[in-house]
Design a protein around this ligand. Structure first.
Ligand code: BG6
Length: 513
């Protein structure tokens, strides 16, 4: 299988050090579940951005597969999605050419005859366009179909390359399991058909530039890494706050909740980048090994160190909004959490004794994802002669994942004047100012990497199981003790009071975002 990891060359002198990527081999991207929102809103715009950047092979096609026959409207619908994704003119001749290679195929996911016909349909495209039998299957379907579809792909010999040049890769969307047992079973099921290096478990947070930049910031600069440890860091906070509610996804969210939906995957991935040791390269195995070491070094999380919450009615951005229990297709007595916070500790030489506080939730005061690293207080004795001591704040490094992507460092400065007054000031780097606005949605990079066979920015079997091993005991204990105070926060605030109490216990406060 031509699974060789691509060479990413960074040309120091090129525009903003922009990467020069290798273009993937000719191939067909086959999207199962193509009638869903993700295909139109994210995947097609991302593929077209790759085309605009010249990063797609000349022989290329996209085939949407779903159970409903929407072949008459599919292409127009996808074009609409691409235009809405931005950065494209409707009369762009490249777009017309690209759309000529966007096809649709209808089949049920348990229909053997349908899969056989799909196989022939794809082979026909190979003959017409020269896509050489290479496939990127994207499973954008509900999780209960993951194993069935992979099974059928295997059964109809659609995942076995005929020679060393050909490749078949499969991207699997989240959620990858709902607890440790189901994740293990899913891994077993798909590993029966696919080799681990054919599987790309997507976590779109890893496609975000700002998340990837955590590693560059830490390891590509000389001044931060020496102080990135328990000798200098007081604690770390990671917040993934959303102001939106569940956006009509009642049935999905009822069975998920904030811990499964965002914390077990997106937040834990970000944490692994913040906390890992330097890998010996940015290749898949090296990065995956270091991530795994972080998750495995986390002490079992105590239920007393967790907080769950559910939003009631309130106001977001001045607008009245309903509570979670009033949302469409949500049980009016639901105990599903829409907020989670927890404290954990990584018991290794770098992090022992440094509390890590995580929180994620819906209908919070604003949309902001940030890593906040709070350094230890400097000695204050020399300031004791006046009241300045209380004004001296610890240094804080803020890595803003979104929006207003950037990095800030807060430090104390002397307020001009005859007395020694100190005020916290900020040094700031903004992505938009330095690099201009990007229309990338995170999926570009991940789709490209999956075509190239580079698994660095994807979740792996052992990693997924390690994070579920940490979270499953909490879910079990929560299930045994249903909450008695839901809804316990008003939409539009920063979550339940218990989340503040979690830090107050340690004489700390969530950093104001
Ligand atoms: C998804 C969750 O994985 O991530 C959603 O299912 C959540 O509930 C979304 O809203 C957040 O992604 P982003 O990129 O908007 O932060």
């Amino acid at each position: 299988m031509a699974n060789a990891v691509k060479q990413t060359v960074v040309h120091a002198g090129s525009e903003h050090g922009k990467k020069q990527e290798r273009v993937p081999d000719p191939c067909i991207v086959v999207i199962f579940g193509a009638s869903g929102d993700l295909t139109k809103r994210k995947l097609l715009p991302a593929l077209y951005h790759l085309e605009q950047e010249g990063l797609l092979p000349a022989s290329f096609a996209v085939v949407g597969v779903a159970r409903r026959d929407i072949s008459a409207t599919f292409a127009a619908d996808m074009e609409d999605g691409i235009l809405k994704g931005g950065g494209v003119e409707a009369d762009d001749p490249k777009l017309k050419k690209f759309m000529d290679h966007v096809k649709y195929f209808t089949t049920n996911f348990d229909d053997d005859a349908g899969f056989e016909k799909l196989k022939a349909f794809l082979a026909n495209i190979d003959n017409m366009l020269g896509t050489k039998g290479n496939r990127l299957f994207y499973l954008a379907v509900a999780p209960e179909y993951f194993a069935d579809i992979t099974d059928r792909l295997g059964k109809h010999e659609m995942t076995t390359p005929v020679d060393a040049e050909q490749w078949m890769h499969v991207i699997i969307e989240k959620p990858f399991g709902t607890d440790l047992e189901s994740a293990r079973k899913l891994n077993d099921d798909i590993n029966r058909v696919l080799k681990e290096d054919q599987i790309f478990r997507i976590d779109h947070y890893l496609g975000k530039e700002t998340v990837q930049n955590i590693l560059v910031f830490r390891f590509g600069n000389g001044i931060f890494e020496p102080i990135w440890n328990r000798n200098y860091i007081d604690h770390v906070e990671i917040t993934a706050a959303e102001s939106i509610g569940i956006e009509g996804r009642g049935p999905f969210y009822e069975s998920a909740g904030a811990l499964r939906d965002v914390l077990q995957n997106h937040v834990m991935e970000v944490l692994s980048f913040v906390a890992m040791e330097p890998p010996d390269s940015f290749e898949s195995d090296a990065v995956r090994t270091e991530k795994l070491k972080v998750w495995r070094a986390i002490d079992p999380i105590q239920v007393e160190d967790t907080v769950r919450g559910q939003y009631g009615p309130g106001r977001v951005d001045g607008e009245k909004v309903i509570g979670y229990r009033e949302e469409d297709r949500v049980n009016p007595e639901s105990n599903t959490e829409t907020f989670v916070a927890m404290k954990l500790s990584i018991e290794n030489w770098r992090w022992a004794g440094v509390p890590i506080y995580l929180r994620a939730g819906k209908r919070l005061a604003k949309r902001v994802t940030e890593v906040t690293v709070v350094f230890k207080q400097p000695p204050l004795r020399m300031f004791n002669a006046n009241e300045t001591a209380s004004q001296v704040q610890p240094n804080v490094l803020k890595m803003r994942i979104q929006p207003d992507e950037g990095i800030s460092l807060m430090f104390g400065a002397k307020v001009p004047g005859p007395t020694t007054n100190v005020m916290p000031v900020e040094m700031h780097f903004s992505y938009a100012e330095s690099f201009g606005k990007s229309s990338a949605n995170g999926y570009e990079r991940l789709l490209l990497d999956a075509m190239l066979g580079d698994g660095t920015l994807f979740a792996h079997r052992d990693g997924v199981e390690a994070t579920w091993a940490l979270m499953t005991p909490i879910l079990d204990q929560w299930a045994k003790r249903p909450p008695t105070d839901f809804p316990n926060y008003e939409a539009g605030c920063w979550g339940p009071a218990a989340a503040d109490a979690l830090l107050k216990r340690d004489r700390r406060k969530w950093f104001k975002l």
